[in-house]
Design a protein around this ligand. Structure first.
Ligand SMILES: [Zn+2]
Length: 557
């Protein structure tokens, strides 16, 4: 997702209300979480949405068939989700989620209705007999209603295009998939595959994730559009895009690229969307083949600015370069490409193929994808532009709170996860100090974790193993503390020496850095433990530090 959406989505789920924490998170855990938090104590909503407690952890999703009918005039939806899951432990209750604005019509197991209770977005489903570990079950969850109209914050946007046709898009990473369909609305668990069926008035087109299967006239003024997703998919990536779309294609290697835009946009889109091929070439160069080949690659015009909906990336950047026509990082590089095509499609590699298993580790999606923009710039326009571009992000870093908040809560990390995350990765490239090894590490990390849901610790362990260095304190300083490290320099003009050490919050923080004179850098290995001293003929004014290669503060005394 892009940053503007992220900022507006933060407050959406602070619906308030707390009650005895009897499910999933205990009272003690809740108090412990509150103590770790810099902000207010967690609400019941944040726990119900974010915690991966017993009633979620007792099962593993296998398959969804979401079959939904949309009435654009009444802004009404109805349908069912067939949810197939394998039990991981014996139990007789599971948690599925559906926003309170939507009604549960009935939930069936083998044709028999199940009992359930609702609390905010959680639906606790009870089974008359114990479900057995390793057995697979399928429930049919039927629902209907008028989804909450939460406008810019996400959910379903019921709009009209300039000619009056319905123009309806979903976007729900912040507010949750449960705002428009019954699902296990969390990040830990994904289905292995999925079918999406969307019934809409004749004449309109639905574009959802996956490969197009076909459409069927239902004989009642509606047509059903069927899509098959052949890969694991985050629930927030599942989408429908309904409009008076026109369809055109392009090809990249042996893959067809499918583009869907409103009629008025066709000419502009034909020119702008040629950038998709350069994007694919760049990311395939660094990481390997596009991860969702069987589902294809689609760009779909939408009312939101952009979203990484898997294999059906939504686009609302006005067919202009930069971000909304602006120079996004302010250093003259951004106007050379369409920020939304490059950023949102980058998520196919980091976010969709490699996914975080808890929202607190969202930098795995956003920090990495922001760094992918930098790699795209390097591949397409050269290293000098890439270095300018990534350093342009410094003006957006706030350093007000750590990038990683406490886990197990529906609380979106701060926007530093984008820009500081990318600047940290650029720093690590220079710590590795060997581009051949760096790019091999990136490639292998992606290949190792693709189609998996992982944590920050998985990434750090991979880096440590591949570099033979203990980089845990470096990751911790950038991700789990507020401040970036400061290099302290102390000059002794009489002795013609400079002393150096790191000032950092993380115990044992140590990182090599280039200092002295640009073009003739010396690599030193400061620590936080004690000053080290080296000869230096330079004065404090002429002594330089490679702050474009390492995201650090420098203090000279
Ligand atoms: Zn993003």
């Amino acid at each position: 997702m892009i940053c503007r959406v992220l900022i507006t989505s933060v407050a959406v789920l602070a619906l308030g209300g707390s009650s005895a924490c009897s499910r999933g998170v205990s009272q003690n855990q809740s108090v412990a979480l509150a103590a770790q938090l810099q902000g207010p104590p967690p609400t019941r909503s944040e726990i119900l949405r974010g915690d991966y407690g017993r009633l979620r952890a007792n099962n593993d999703l296998v398959y969804y068939h979401l079959d939904v009918r949309v009435d654009p005039d009444k802004k009404f939806i109805s349908g069912k989700n067939t949810i197939r899951f394998r039990m991981l432990s014996d139990d007789n209750r599971v948690q599925i989620d559906l926003h309170p604005s939507l009604d549960v019509d009935r939930i069936l197991l083998d044709g028999a209705p199940l009992q359930y209770t609702r609390e905010e977005s959680a639906v606790f489903i009870d089974f008359p007999r114990k479900l057995r570990k390793d057995s697979t079950y399928a429930i049919n969850f039927q629902y209907s209603g008028t989804p909450l109209d939460i406008r810019a914050r996400g959910g379903i946007g019921f709009r009209r295009d300039s000619t009056g046709h319905p123009f309806i898009n979903t976007v729900c990473e912040g507010v949750g998939s449960s705002t428009w369909w019954p699902s296990k609305d969390q990040w830990h668990d994904e289905v292995d595959s999925m079918r999406i069926s969307v019934s809409i008035p004749n004449g309109l087109t639905d574009v959802s994730n996956g490969a197009f299967v076909g459409k069927m006239d239902l004989g009642d003024g509606y047509t059903r559009w069927d899509w098959n997703v052949h890969y694991p998919i985050n629930s927030y990536d599942v989408s429908m895009n309904i409009g008076d779309y026109v369809h055109f294609t392009d090809t990249y290697k042996d893959m067809t690229l499918d583009f869907y835009v409103l009629r008025d946009s066709l000419e502009k889109a034909r020119a702008q969307f040629t950038q998709a091929k350069g994007m694919l070439a760049a990311y395939e160069h660094y990481f390997g083949e596009y991860p969702f080949k069987k589902d294809g690659y689609k760009l779909v015009e939408a009312t939101n600015a952009g979203m990484e909906h898997q294999s059906a990336v939504t686009y609302g950047n006005g067919f202009k370069n930069g971000y909304g026509g602006r120079d996004w990082t302010g250093v003259g590089v951004s106007p050379k490409f369409d920020f939304i095509i490059i950023h949102e499609s980058g998520h196919e590699w980091f976010g969709n193929a490699v996914s975080a298993s808890d929202r607190s580790d969202m930098w795995i999606h956003e920090g990495w994808t922001t760094y992918l923009e930098v790699l795209y710039v390097e591949y397409t326009f050269g290293y000098d532009d890439a270095l300018k571009y990534v350093n342009g992000y410094k003006t957006k870093v706030l350093n007000r709170q750590p990038i990683i908040p406490p886990g197990g809560l529906m609380r979106t990390p701060p926007q530093d996860m984008y820009f500081k995350g990318a600047l940290m990765l650029n720093t690590l490239r220079n710590v590795v100090n060997d581009d051949r090894r760096w790019f091999a590490l990136l490639h292998d990390l992606y290949q190792h974790f693709k189609y998996k849901n992982i944590s920050t610790d998985d990434i750090v362990a991979f880096f440590n193993q591949r570099t033979g260095r203990n980089l845990t304190p470096v990751f911790n300083q950038y991700l789990r503390h507020t401040a970036i490290p400061t290099l302290e320099l102390k000059f002794d003009s009489a002795a013609k020496t400079v002393s150096y050490r790191w000032k950092a919050d993380e115990p044992g923080f140590a990182m090599p850095i280039r200092i002295g004179t640009k073009g003739a850098w010396q690599i030193v290995e400061p620590t936080t433990a004690k000053w080290k001293t080296m000869p230096a003929r330079l004065t404090p004014e002429t002594f330089d530090v490679a702050t474009d290669l390492y995201f650090v503060n420098v203090v000279k005394q």
